[in-house]
Every structure is written in structure tokens, then in C-alpha cells.
Design a protein around this ligand. Structure first.
Ligand code: SAM
Length: 131
């Protein structure tokens, strides 16, 4: 997790997909949340984050700059996201490149009430469009 220009660039393809009710997993330093919340087509955001301490620290800093409804769910994205209904889910919970594409595909299959998925590193790795 960092705010280097290279890392921020890798988040942009997902951020551009955000609309309606968008789910973001995980929170990190909140960059993607801020960028997603700026988008006009986005009406509300649900953040799923494993680390309560991180969320308790960073959300009060970010929240005053966001003019959209943001709900934070503390929990494991693999358990929480399949229960949610949303237009888009943006998944950035991976420690690095690896099996992200497979994990996102599993989440997509387990989450019939979420229309589109994007996962960090997956579109860049494969060139395949995310559904
Ligand atoms: C790389 S950071 C996300 C960076 C974020 N996109 C940003 O804009 O700053 C990964 C985040 O995912 C969280 N995380 C890791 N595994 C998770 C899981 N299974 N469920 C939910 N959050 C998880 C970590 O605690 C961390 O906050």
C-alpha cells in the first residue's frame, strides 16, 4: 500500500468503472475511495476493510472531503461482498501480483447481486476487460 504515482495509475481503470452503488475493498490509504466519490455517476460507496484500526484512523480524515454516502463494513471481503447488492465492486486487497485474477473471478461468481467487478492488477496483467 503506497501513494506512489505508479500505484495510483494502476487504480485508475477501476475508478473509471465506478457508478451507482460502488463497493471498494479494501480501504488502504483511501485514495481510490476519494477518487471514486468524486465521480458524478457514483451515488453511494460501501467500503469493505479487514483492519478496523486502519479504518478508525483514516476515515475521519477522509470523510469531511467526501460528499457522498459512504458505509464502512469491517470484515473479510471474501465473506462480505457475496452478500452485497451493487453496480460495481473494485477489489484491491492483494499483497502483490499473483492470483488476483482468479480470486476476483471467484468473488464475481459468488456475488450474483453485483453487476461488474474489477480487481487491482488483473486488467494490466491479462488485457482482458473486467466484467
Ligand atoms: C493495497 S491496500 C488498498 C489501497 C487502496 N486501493 C487505496 O486507494 O489506498 C489493501 C487493503 O486491503 C485490506 N485487506 C486485505 N485483505 C482484505 C480482505 N480479505 N478483506 C478486506 N480488506 C482486506 C488491507 O487491510 C488494506 O487496507
Amino acid at each position: 500500500m503506497s501513494l506512489t504515482p505508479a500505484e495510483l495509475m494502476t487504480l485508475r481503470p477501476g475508478t473509471r468503472m465506478a457508478k451507482g452503488h460502488t463497493v471498494i475493498a479494501g480501504l488502504g490509504l483511501g485514495h481510490q475511495l476519494i477518487e471514486v466519490a468524486k465521480r458524478l455517476p457514483v451515488k453511494r460507496v460501501t467500503v469493505v476493510e479487514l483492519d478496523r484500526e486502519l479504518a478508525d484512523w483514516i476515515m475521519p480524515v477522509i470523510q469531511p472531503h467526501i460528499r457522498k454516502t459512504v458505509d464502512v463494513i469491517i470484515g473479510d471481503a471474501y465473506e462480505v461482498i457475496p452478500k452485497l447488492t451493487a453496480n460495481v465492486a473494485l477489489i484491491d486487497i492483494f499483497p502483490g501480483y499473483g492470483d488476483g485474477f482468479r480470486r476476483v473471478e471467484e468473488l464475481r461468481r459468488a456475488s450474483p447481486k453485483i453487476k461488474k467487478f474489477w480487481g487491482w492488477g488483473t486488467s494490466e496483467m491479462t488485457g482482458k476487460a473486467q466484467r
